[in-house]
Design a protein around this ligand. Sequence first.
Ligand SMILES: *Cc1c(COP(=O)(O)O)cnc(C)c1O
Length: 242
Amino acid sequence: MKMAVLSSEERFKNIEYNLAVIRQKIADAAKESGRKPEDVKLMAVTKTVEPIFINHAIDCGIDLIGENKVQEFLSKKPYLKLGGCEAHLIGHLQTNKVRQIVSEVSMIQSVDSVKLAREISKRSEAAGKTTECLIEVNIGDEESKTGLDLSLLMQTLEEISLLPSIKVKGLMTIPPICDDDGQLRKYFSQMNEIFVDIKAKKIDNIDMSILSMGMSGDYEEAVRCGSNLVRVGSAIFGPRLY
Ligand SMILES: *Cc1c(COP(=O)(O)O)cnc(C)c1O
């Protein structure tokens, strides 16, 4: 397929338009699940997106961005006009990159082991801060995927709750690619049940307030199932060109 090359002006307009459409769809889905539009946070996922377009999304009101790779984010950061816009790391994090990132983002959404959490706590303590994080759950139990096995979730939460400089704020997931909406809904609903159950347990130092699920193709379904943070990339910025 031939892809039309858009001018920056056209891409700016598309970003503005896409954001308006997505905000409306999130608002509708939130209402359908008995919540207010402002109860659901929209993250713009900015991997592979150049700083001028990220800055444009921020000008259009985006106040949360997500990046997958430590190196990519650090190299783009000097060009970003973040102001009050927060940045989260959402991609798989290796322990040897933790030191570089803890002071650069306000949350790490991809914590999937006690080992990684220990390193985040240690490096955060050295930097004089506490790092907020989400536990990434491998809800589809896929061997190829990142994320923590469901069977290890409670034990992992309890161990992480004892670490001094990391604070769990909720859960994140990327469900398997599903052929039918019913299956997808099952995964999202299961995540919501787990989230609600853990919240009810009121574990010391574990704050279950964020349920991060839903991407460009499925954020409406995710919100209907209880998500309160959606991570949307290509539906805002257009297809990624690698
Ligand atoms: C890339 C990515 C997204 C956004 O994907 P889109 O389909 O472009 O919306 C969300 N979450 C994670 C963890 C990602 O890596």
